[in-house]
Design a binder for this molecule. Sequence first.
Ligand SMILES: [Zn+2]
Length: 267
Amino acid sequence: MSSDAAGAACRLLGREDIPPVYEVNTEGRSPFLLTSDHYGRLLPRELGDLGVSRSGLTRHIAWDIGIAGVAERLANMLGAHLIAQRYSRLVIDCNRPPGAASSIPVISEATVIPGNERISAEEKEARRREIFDPYHRRINAVIDSRVHAKRPTVLVALHSFTPVYAGVARPWHIGTLYHRDTILPRLLLQHLHQEGDLVVGDNEPYAVSDLTDYTIPVHGEARGLINTGIEIRQDLISDQSGQQRWAERLARIFAEIEATLRIEGPM
Ligand SMILES: [Zn+2]
């Protein structure tokens, strides 16, 4: 194999593939910086369908169903910058440390991902270099420029979760995910409980850890930003009216939280 061919073999995204990073409101003035690691379910042409059925590629294993519509609306309602990633988490999971078993999953819930079996170190590196790295470099650069401009930045990582996992129904409508932040998750939980009509998860259905997460530990905690993750149950946001209702609810709550943060001084 010539060196050209070897180089080409390590390339993932071609001319017809669109860039991984998607942004809304890059000039948004809100202190909230929104991220969506599992926003999209695109597959690079090079990877075909990864050996997964069409129905498999639209399930929660491929992306966070409904979160794109919530994230985009919420960004516009708040005037907040949203940075999202368009490729499926089955290609490379942008909220996993590279190298973790779940970064390029061979099995997700009960579904085998044939296109992820027996792939070379070069192929793994290409997925990281062309999808994972540009997304996280962009988040990092945006935080850098906001810090330099002395603009307050509150990181909110948006996710959705499947209502039934491994046969077990999940009762929560929404959950906060956090680890080291002692400010925002507490405030958000207070507001969500005050809504009165919600079953709220406190680090449910997931908690954040350095081994199982990337965006909050690296961009939130390591940079000293006030931060939280949010998980919304997918059946509540599977259509546009649900996405609109949840975006409106969260926009109202975040406006109240912003006022509190400004009064209490941490922002
Ligand atoms: Zn997610």
